[in-house]
Design a binder for this molecule. Structure first.
Ligand SMILES: Nc1ncnc2c1ncn2[C@@H]1O[C@H](COP(=O)(O)OP(=O)(O)OP(=O)(O)O)[C@@H](O)[C@H]1O
Length: 197
């Protein structure tokens, strides 16, 4: 079942249109890059694809059917700032289980240590926290993952480790991925095709 953006347009309030008439199709298992200059609306588009924001024009479908607003969204978004994506008052075990308990294999692949589970978000590094956000996004209902500058703040070794884990899971589950990144080399290496917003 493919993910489709059909003729999507959006603007904030009465401001100028950020984009209009955007078409995008992502097949299961496909890895697609999304680039464009800063401020063009990539993050906004990602939020629309993953159901956080309604498009003002057009719609988003999976397998030709509009995505239901009920239940776990099949398109999950991981973005650049993990500290903004977690409840600071929840211990990591609770954060992790928000989308259903991930299996141990996934936690091991992402290098999540048991001892981190009893800590609060403020007691982890950005890279450690991002591992949890990725694990949470990779729940069993996820069909498409959107990685919006997901590893931008990480060192090269951690970046490679996390992408290795995500690609392995994606391959196993035939999950599609949209990669948003300013790092042209990363996009080139990971993606089968790249579209410009
Ligand atoms: N909630 C909001 N209300 C009003 N304007 C907003 C809101 N969120 C974002 N914008 C504006 O919309 C434009 C697009 O923002 P967005 O974050 O989607 O762009 P982007 O392409 O992801 O940028 P970058 O590459 O710098 O991350 C920007 O000019 C931003 O200031």
């Amino acid at each position: 079942m493919q993910l489709e953006a059909n003729n999507v347009g959006f603007r904030y309030g009465n401001g100028p249109w950020l984009f209009q008439g955007v078409h995008l199709t992502v097949e299961p298992g496909e890895i697609v890059g999304l680039t464009g200059p800063s401020g063009r609306g990539k993050t906004t588009f990602c939020r629309i694809l993953s159901g956080y924001q309604k498009p003002l024009e057009g719609n988003i479908t999976i397998g030709g059917i509009p995505v239901s607003s009920k239940g776990t969204h099949p398109v999950q978004l991981v973005f650049q700032h993990p500290e903004k994506a977690v409840n600071p008052r929840w211990k990591m075990e609770k954060v992790l289980n928000e989308g259903g308990r991930p299996d141990q294999e996934l936690l091991d692949l992402l290098g999540i240590k048991q001892e981190w589970l009893t800590r609060y978000p403020s007691e982890l590094s950005g890279g450690e926290l991002q591992r949890f956000c990725i694990a949470r996004a990779l729940g069993s209902h996820t069909r498409f993952l959107i990685a919006d500058e997901m590893t931008t703040m990480l060192d090269a070794i951690t970046q490679a480790q996390l992408w290795h884990a995500v690609l392995e899971i994606a391959k196993k589950r035939e999950m599609g991925i949209i990669v948003v990144s300013h790092e042209a080399k990363l996009v080139q290496r990971l993606c089968q095709r790249v579209i410009e917003l």
